[in-house]
Design a protein around this ligand. Structure first.
Ligand code: ADP
Ligand code: MG
Length: 255
């Protein structure tokens, strides 16, 4: 059984990486979960997951210099596949190889979460949204963030990727969120999965090199991620079918 999710947003800094690891840990209570840093140009899962001193990352795998298994790390009850942060590593990496990497990991796990790049303007950036079964859209409760997120939705639907739902992050103002939620319900497919507050725990987690659910498991923010996972309603899929779909996916030349 396997389902692949892209965790995406229109802009950087909305909390994709924080949310990918939090959702991954919440899902790992029930499923075998693999989290992949598909944001190969602005990778940061390794900092959020205490992996900054490792040698082999997704960059080496995408460059053909290491087998994928060498870049899979058991952390916090999940398999984590971090990406390196050097410009040279990024330049050496062949983003189209991500299809084979995800395909081979799909054969070994229940759920894949792809931490995705912010913009949709390069072949690398669009891959996760094109390849995933469903997209989880992370946004801050502002109109510009909402409008960027709608572009992600439009893009996903164009390539036959469903919308799992919308996750609001860094929420400070209850009134603003009420108004934005109403608009989000109107414009987005899928549910509003969670409303995660702006919290010092998220910054503390990042500093400690731990996912939020490991750093502050009892926090209100952590609870929101558990609730989000309950409303995700994971679908059954055959691992082989998903792997085949990834391997043979057509990558758009001009996104
Ligand atoms: P992205 O991957 O979308 O660029 P990150 O998850 O790296 O975003 O988050 C960007 C910054 O915002 C990080 O420093 C992170 O610790 C912080 N952050 C994320 N979510 C929250 C939150 N709910 N409250 C406070 N800070 C947050
Ligand atoms: Mg990130």
């Amino acid at each position: 059984m396997v389902e692949a999710f892209a965790v995406a947003s229109g802009k950087g800094g909305t909390g994709k990486t924080t949310s990918t690891l939090a959702l991954g840990m919440a899902l790992a209570d029930t499923y075998d979960v693999t989290v992949i840093d598909a944001d190969t140009g602005m990778a940061n899962i390794l900092f959020h997951a205490g992996l900054s001193d490792i040698d082999t990352t997704l960059h080496e795998v995408l460059a053909g210099d290491a087998p994928v298994d060498d870049a899979v790390y058991e952390r916090f009850g999940m398999q984590v596949v971090p990406c390196g942060t050097s410009l040279a590593g990024f330049q050496e990496a062949d983003p189209t190889e991500l299809r084979d990497v995800v395909a081979s990991l799909a054969e070994q796990t229940d759920i894949i979460l792809l931490d995705s790049p912010a913009a949709l303007d390069s072949r690398t950036a669009v891959l996760p949204v094109v390849l995933a079964d469903r997209v989880i859209i992370v946004l801050q409760p502002t109109v510009p963030s909402l409008s960027d997120a709608l572009k992600v939705q439009e893009y996903a639907l164009t390539y036959g990727t469903d919308i799992a739902g919308v996750l609001f992050n860094r929420v400070t103002d209850d009134e603003a969120i009420a108004d934005i939620s109403e608009q989000a319900e109107r414009y987005f497919e899928g549910d509003i999965l969670a409303t995660v507050p702006e919290t010092e725990h998220a910054r503390g987690a990042r500093r400690a090199g731990k996912p939020l659910l490991a750093h502050a498991p009892k926090s209100a923010a952590a609870q929101q991620y558990h609730d989000a996972v309950r409303s995700l309603d994971i679908r059954d899929g055959s691992s082989d079918a998903v792997a085949d779909r990834f391997r043979s996916a057509v990558i758009p030349e001009n996104p």
